[in-house]
Design a protein around this ligand. Structure first.
Ligand code: PHE
Length: 343
């Protein structure tokens, strides 16, 4: 019995010494000290010994058991700390891996542009009016002094939804809607989507405009110019200048094409402004008396000015974006550049 105890003890120590992992150590523990372990079998055999042998071997077995358990605990502690230091040695932190961030959406650059422009106009006393995108031929054209056989209809190719219903080609029909419904003085901006069958780097079949309209007494082109200059300076910087060139729109008389000094070169001439120092940004003019009369406003008492421009064009100039289609591809890498919360 004594030899057997000694033999198992030695074998146990030997096996513990060779353990390389906590799993292996656990296997050794089960093999010797588990329910049906070899050392446990010796303990179980105690009851069959003679009353004289029992205390002798009982003491020997207990001593060996305590010893074995101590060795086991020490080996366990050693393997645990080894596994931590192994981990530390083998694992290095890759600082080039991007952080696991949760990104929330951001406003689309066109929406940001619209908000910014509306804020400027609101500061000047304008209020915002929205109208339908599916518009009647009457408000889109006829009320604006463009009868059905008028050649000016060719200026704006049109998506027709029916004989009399179309996708509005500009936000100007809101001029006519608001003038027909409300009494002057009026001071409004009408933002929204407009549609024309055109598609290339600077045209999209759907794009956004903002139309402005002021109806009051004794308004002049100077009022129009002052308003546009104030907005342009706020948007593109205090040095920006505004220039009018004669133009034609059926709903304004006189009509002007409005240029701003190029924000990229400050007017010196560059590729953005094709060397001219000026960029054409919008159409404007004094509201045609026919349009006022069509909408029930006495053109002898009141007059007005109006202007309309594309938000995409403004955003392209402001942010140096070369192709209008980028706004609608919804490439997250493009869109997130406009995220103000980005660090
Ligand atoms: N509605 C015109 C366009 O879309 C712009 C414009 C608005 C011109 C108001 C003059 C006055 O091209």
């Amino acid at each position: 019995m004594k030899e057997r105890i000694e033999q198992l003890r030695q074998e146990f120590f030997e096996e513990v010494k060779n353990c390389l992992s906590l799993d292996e150590l656990n296997n050794v523990k089960v093999k010797y000290l588990g329910k049906s372990g070899q050392f446990t079998a010796l303990l179980k055999g105690l009851k069959d010994l003679s009353p004289e042998d029992k205390p002798v071997f009982g003491a020997l077995l207990n001593k060996a058991k305590v010893e074995m358990e101590t060795v086991l605990e020490n080996a366990k502690a050693e393997l645990q700390s080894k596994s931590i230091s192994d981990k530390l040695a083998n694992e290095s932190i890759d600082i080039t891996i991007s952080k696991n961030e949760q990104r929330v959406g951001t406003l689309h650059p066109i929406q940001l542009m619209q908000n910014q422009i509306i804020e400027i106009f609101e500061g000047l006393g304008f209020s915002v009016k929205e109208g339908p995108e599916a518009e009647t031929d009457y408000f889109n054209f006829q009320a604006l002094n463009i009868p059905s056989d008028h050649p000016a209809r060719d200026m704006q190719d049109t998506f027709f939804l029916g004989k009399e219903i179309l996708l509005r080609t500009h936000t100007s029909p809101n001029q006519a809607r608001v003038m027909s419904a409300e009494k002057p003085p009026l001071k409004i901006v009408c933002p929204g989507k407009v549609y024309r069958p055109d598609s290339d780097a600077s045209h999209s079949p759907m794009f956004h405009q903002i139309e402005g309209l002021v109806v009051d007494k004794h308004l002049t082109l100077c009022d129009l110019k002052g308003t546009l200059e104030t907005v342009a300076k706020k948007l593109f910087g205090g040095e920006t200048k505004v220039r009018f060139r004669p133009s034609y729109f059926p709903f304004t008389e006189p009509s002007v094409e409005v240029d701003l000094t190029c924000s990229a070169c400050g007017g010196k001439g560059c590729s953005l402004c094709k060397g001219t120092g000026w960029i054409e940004v919008l159409g404007a003019g004094m509201v045609h008396p026919f349009v006022l009369e069509n909408c029930g406003i006495d053109s002898k008492e009141y007059n007005g000015y109006a202007f309309g421009f594309g938000l995409e064009r403004f955003a392209m100039i402001k942010y140096g974006i070369p192709d209008i289609r980028l706004f609608f591809e919804n490439d997250v890498n493009f869109l997130k550049q406009f995220d103000k919360t980005e660090d």
